[in-house]
Design a protein around this ligand. Structure first.
Ligand code: NAD
Length: 510
């Protein structure tokens, strides 16, 4: 079955609005990147740089600075001074909000540049970025600008003394280190920087070494929007040096981390000595439960985009598909046909559904999982790694049929376009399999019975449950994990809890 998301009207995930961008955007020269410290672009002290690779052409795009612990210390000092002595944390909420609204407008004005950078850097389809990611990212800045204005202090009386007033103030934490992964570089940065700045903190962003290009563009937006010097700093460089220096510094009050569970566990340990506030957005192995009473076409769409969007390099990918036994064979047959028809290609081509895998290391890792799947399960579609025009880190949309939730491909986060499809007998077994994982990031239930869907949503241990859809996001919807998928919430008014602290002032009116 060919997957035509523009004509069926069945595309519940609203992906790939091909008609929105009929002309094909082009690769472009990206200037070399520098570090942003205290409002100035500078080179790393040691003079070292890192190459940035395009996974489609396998050629170098540009280079960025290889920041060190010493460079990071400079950024920490700048942010600390800006917080202690500068205007940002003390500014009227409305004035801070104006700057964040300006950032959002500049992001939208420069959307084309952001989209080309993300396509070249991490292989994200240009069209998906322009139609889904970019509005979400600028929307996050607008949403938190609004929250900054609603950032109210409280006032209470005691029940026992009329002359006592209790005043609660919500204050910023201080210096926030934002450490982000390579899979949604701009979105995961915006979801930390927007609430961090809105609450009055000063930030230091450390992007993933493989995908720093939109981070550079966002830091320039902050400068152009009038964020005061020292309030927004950017250090590119290895996690073990730059990220670690942020995590261990006494002057950094909070780490907002998105990445793998194993690295996150290390950060929690390393931050203990400085009583660091931390939020952890970690890995996932999210179950998509498909009942026999679901609309088959809609369920196929939700399953297809659930796992194959952004080539499966998505923390909330529907990476375990659980299907009711009575429709299992029909579903696997149709779903495998969709996977075989998936369009791989240059992410700048509007027709492309799956771009290349972002990095060579991930590409090699995914191919090993495919080999493991071939040993343990039945390969139904994909499994290959074609070159396009002789180049590129492409992996086909790959489907395995298996009865087991215990084999490697059913348990571990593959983080690529590979999915096991597992049958279940009844509701109880579906929920048992869904929760039989260390992770708890996302989940989904596809059924025409809304009562059943809501009842079962209560029983799933995951931070997000999508009913009859997948991959829905909004700035006002809290997002985060249960269990090994982490703690703390990003997005939504709830996120500000993680970027602020309360002060209680007791006043005796005499
Ligand atoms: P990663 O954990 O390897 O790296 C994440 C970031 O941490 C990078 O910037 C890296 O340089 C830095 N880092 C590495 N070692 C460090 C150290 N010792 N100290 C401080 N920082 C360090 O993750 P990745 O491979 O970039 O991203 C993929 C992972 O991210 C997957 O597990 C995926 O599920 C997860 N992820 C989670 C979410 C979510 O919202 N829950 C979203 C996207 C990705």
């Amino acid at each position: 079955m060919a997957l035509d998301t523009t004509e069926t009207g069945e595309n519940l995930c609203e992906f790939h609005a091909v008609e929105a961008h009929p002309s094909r955007p082009q690769r472009k020269a990206i200037p070399a990147g520098q570090l942003l410290i205290n409002g100035k672009w500078i080179n790393a002290e040691a003079g070292e740089t890192m190459d940035v690779m395009d996974p489609t052409t396998e050629a170098s795009i540009t280079h960025v600075q290889k920041g060190s612990a010493a460079d990071t210390q400079k950024a920490i000092d700048a942010a600390y001074t800006a917080f202690e002595d500068g205007p940002w944390g003390r500014m009227r909420h409305e004035d801070r909000a104006k700057i964040l609204f300006r950032m959002a407008d500049l992001m939208d004005e420069r959307a084309e540049d952001f989209a080309i950078r993300e396509a070249m850097d991490m292989g994200m389809p240009y069209t998906d970025f322009r139609t889904i990611i970019m509005p979400h990212c600028s929307g996050l800045f607008r949403f938190f600008a609004g929250q900054a204005m609603a950032h109210m202090d409280g006032s209470y009386r005691t029940s026992y003394e009329d002359n006592i007033r209790i005043l609660t103030r919500r204050e910023p934490l201080g210096v926030v280190g934002a450490i982000t992964p390579w899979n949604f570089p701009l979105a995961l940065t915006a979801s930390k920087i927007a609430p961090g700045l809105a609450a009055g903190n000063c930030v230091i962003h450390k992007p993933a070494s493989d995908t720093p290009l939109t981070a550079l563009a966002l830091a320039q937006v902050a400068l152009d929007a009038g964020v005061p010097e020292g309030v927004y700093n950017l250090i590119t460089g290895p996690g073990g040096a730059v990220g670690d220096a942020l995590v261990r510094s006494k002057k950094v009050d909070k780490i907002a981390f998105t990445g793998s569970t194993s690295v996150g566990m290390g950060l929690i340990r390393n931050g203990a000595d400085t009583i660091k506030h931390q939020t952890m957005e970690l890995g996932g192995k999210s179950p998509n439960i498909i009942f026999a009473d679901a609309n088959m076409e809609a369920a196929l769409q939700a399953a297809f985009w659930g796992i194959f969007w952004n080539k499966g390099e998505v923390c909330v990918a529907g990476s375990r598909i659980l299907v009711e036994q009575s429709i299992y064979d029909e579903f696997v047959e149709k779903f495998s046909a969709m996977a075989k028809a998936a369009v791989l290609g240059d992410p700048l081509d509007p027709k492309t559904q799956l771009g290349p895998i972002a990095t060579r290391a991930e590409y090699d890792k995914i191919l090993k999982y495919i080999e493991s799947g071939k040993q343990d399960a039945k390969l139904m579609a994909g499994g290959g790694a074609p070159k396009i025009g002789g180049k590129g880190l492409f992996i086909e949309a790959t489907v395995f049929a298996t009865n087991s939730n215990d084999i490697k491909i059913s348990r571990e986060e593959i983080f690529g376009p590979v999915v096991p499809v597992i049958p279940f007998k009844d509701e109880d077994e579906a929920i048992r399999l869904a929760n039989d994982t260390d992770y708890g990031l996302a989940s989904g239930i596809q059924t025409s019975n809304l009562g059943k869907a809501l009842r079962l949503a209560d029983r799933i241990k995951a931070g997000t449950v999508w009913l009859n859809t997948w991959h829905k996001y909004h700035p006002n919807a809290p997002f985060g994990g249960y269990k090994a998928s982490g703690y703390g919430r990003e997005q939504g008014a709830e996120a500000l809890e993680n970027y602020t602290q309360y002060k209680t002032v007791w006043a005796n009116l005499g």
